[in-house]
Write a protein that binds this ligand. Structure first.
Ligand code: ADP
Ligand code: MG
Length: 255
């Protein structure tokens, strides 16, 4: 379980997140939404202990996250950051990096490590491209490879920072349906999404951030009822019935 208790955090002397308290929902998809610069990526960084809290604490299974080593944290939490360079390596080698928290002093992968890597590549659908260079892949294919690396890490928590940005619609849908499958299989998925409509459709819970404060954490229905999205983004929300019976959303800028 990951719990934030009165967490404030930021960079140098600038506080970005202010007094955030919440328990991260487990075995579900939770989306973090909020305007640009509201602190979404910073929130993920504080959860992984990349940046320290200036006040309050992040607890992982009841213990302060700062008391775990980076390797220990990486056995519980995998994160796909917002921007990544493209290393010169093959798909299989990159996915193997997901096993780094488990390697011993010899740094030699065990049979178990190799199986976890193969299983991750199969489950995400990149097995057939395992010998290809990362630089030869499309953005969508590459994103799936990074996802496979995070899955190979074998964690309970999967943190995704804008995993669908810059992907075409079919890859967006594929990445989100993979996230859904991981959650159904018992992973706790926490995703920063810039597409509010997609977030409302696919999430079990939503966290709405504005100016570093958590305005709300609840189900899409709760969030829609509370009009907190309107408050955060300065828009009115409308909904419509889509052909397949599901609900779609549209947004109108408030005057
Ligand atoms: P979001 O992901 O919601 O767009 P961020 O968490 O990236 O927002 O950023 C929140 C604020 O923190 C912004 O004002 C941004 O300029 C600042 N910030 C982000 N990263 C850094 C950094 N590494 N050093 C200093 N300030 C940063
Ligand atoms: Mg961000």
């Amino acid at each position: 379980m990951i719990e934030l208790k009165n967490v404030s955090a930021g960079y140098r002397d600038r506080e970005i997140l202010h007094d955030i308290s919440m328990v991260l929902p487990e075995k579900e998809i939770t989306s973090i939404i909020g305007p640009n610069g509201s602190g979404k990526s910073t929130l993920l960084r504080v959860i992984t202990s990349w940046i320290k809290t200036s006040r309050g604490e992040v607890l992982l299974n009841g213990k302060r996250i700062g008391e775990y080593s980076p390797r220990e944290i990486a056995r519980h939490i995998a994160i796909l950051p917002q921007s990544r360079e493209i290393p010169v390596t093959t798909v299989e080698r990159l996915v193997s990096h997901g096993r780094f928290p488990y390697l011993g002093l010899s740094r030699k992968p065990t049979k178990e490590d190799r199986e976890a890597v193969n299983e991750a590549m199969r489950s995400v659908g990149v097995w057939d491209m395992r010998h290809r260079q990362l630089s030869e892949l499309s953005g969508g294919e590459r994103q799936k490879v990074y996802l496979a690396m995070a899955i190979a890490q074998g964690t309970d928590y999967l943190l995704l920072d804008e995993p669908t940005t810059f992907l075409d619609i079919s890859y967006q849908m594929e990445v989100m349906s993979l996230a859904r499958r991981f959650a159904d299989e018992g992973k706790s998925v926490i995703a920063v999404l810039h597409d509010i409509s997609a977030a409302l459709c696919i999430s079990d819970k939503l966290i709405v951030l504005k100016d570093g404060a958590a305005l709300a954490c609840g189900t899409p229905q709760d969030i829609l009822k509370s009009n907190v999205i309107g408050q955060a983004f300065g828009v009115d929300i409308g909904s419509y019935q889509q052909k397949d019976g599901t609900t779609g959303y549209y947004f109108i800028k408030k005057k």
